[in-house]
Design a protein around this ligand. Structure first.
Ligand SMILES: [Zn+2]
Length: 341
């Protein structure tokens, strides 16, 4: 008999975890294995794997069920198999297929046109100034404000779909005969490739407590597209030494505070898959790791820093760790303090 794959959502639910299936490709729940309360355990409904971004517990549906119940893998498999005959029917309707991201040139064109349709609110402008950016840097970097409301999103989708093909553009999807847009409201941060083109959009959500930063993404939507872990490049791209930080805005601010220093910004300390190619495209000869100073006592960040070093070793680009006054958490905080001192 062929080996059967089980739904990771069903297995989680059967093991007693409260999971609401809202038809998304990823579900985020609190991790029962490490006691995390920030919903860092991800259930992937497409691959039926789970992964905790706090304790790194991961595996398939059977692993999850075995670990939760204390059963052996084989026993867990058979228990799920017995259940699957009755309780695990295939969904009657499948979601239309998700798109792979469109090429960079297409994403750049659409996103730049989208940004042109939007304003930058006075509150966001002031906030960016207070972090150390100049008016001209704010203008150049292309930040925008996306307010709440479906009407605004429908307007943007209508404008853009009349001019561009929106297939493969994260944040757009096709339903009921028309292109639509889904994105959190907040401050839109263009995530730029090594050549300055806009590869994706991160959103700093104004009122969020968890997940303060999110990608513009239409994953889980009909004909939608998920974002990838694109890396943002800020500053003078001709420099041969780069500083690696987490978060696009931290890099933009740090670059402004250092008169154009080259900063390469990961979307998360663990999201390094696009880093080697980005560094190669820039042709840098030396890099500095400048993760937040809590790397000293935050095991997760320390872990991520170690993995970054290991990954960079493979590229042959020497990497050193940057340290500063630990009273300042981020490199941008430190640079701002130094400037005002
Ligand atoms: Zn965990």
């Amino acid at each position: 008999m062929a080996y059967k794959t089980f739904s990771v959502v069903m297995a989680a639910r059967k093991s007693g975890l409260p999971v609401e299936d809202c038809g998304l490709r990823q579900l985020h729940i609190n991790c029962p294995f490490c006691g995390d309360r920030k919903r860092r355990l991800y259930l992937y409904t497409d691959t039926n794997q789970y992964h905790c971004f706090n304790c790194r517990a991961h595996g398939n549906a059977v692993d999850l069920y075995a670990r939760r119940t204390g059963l052996s893998y084989a026993d867990a498999y058979h228990e799920l198999l017995g259940d699957s005959l009755i309780h695990f029917p295939k969904p009657a309707t499948e979601l239309p297929p998700e798109r792979e991201p469109a090429p960079l040139s297409q994403r750049d064109m659409v996103y730049r046109a989208m940004l042109e349709l939007l304003p930058l609110s006075a509150a966001h402008w002031d906030n960016l100034l207070s972090r150390g950016l100049t008016d001209s840097a704010i203008r150049q970097n292309g930040y925008r404000t996306l307010a709440f409301g479906k009407e605004l999103r429908d307007y943007i989708a209508a404008q853009l779909s009349s001019r561009f093909d929106l297939n493969g553009i994260p944040g757009f999807f096709y339903a009921q005969g028309t292109w639509r847009m889904c994105a959190y409201s907040g401050l839109l941060l263009p995530v730029r490739a090594a050549d300055g083109r806009v590869q994706g959009i991160q959103i700093r959500r104004d009122e969020a407590v968890h997940m303060k930063y999110a990608w513009m993404s239409s994953t889980g939507k009909p004909y939608g597209t998920g974002a990838r872990s694109w890396v943002h490049v800020a500053g003078d791209r001709s420099r041969k030494e780069a500083v690696i930080t987490e978060g696009p805005i931290k890099g933009d601010v740090s670059s402004a505070l250092t008169g154009g220093g080259l900063f390469v910004c990961l979307p998360g300390v663990n999201a390094i898959s696009f880093l080697p190619d980005t560094l190669r495209a820039l042709g840098v000869r030396r890099v500095w790791e400048a993760f937040d100073m809590d790397k000293r006592n935050n095991a997760q960040v320390a872990d991520a820093a170690a993995r970054l070093q290991a990954e960079l070793k493979k590229t042959g680009i020497p990497c050193r760790t940057m340290a500063w006054d630990p009273a300042c958490k981020g490199i941008d905080d430190y640079l701002a303090m130094k400037r005002s001192a």
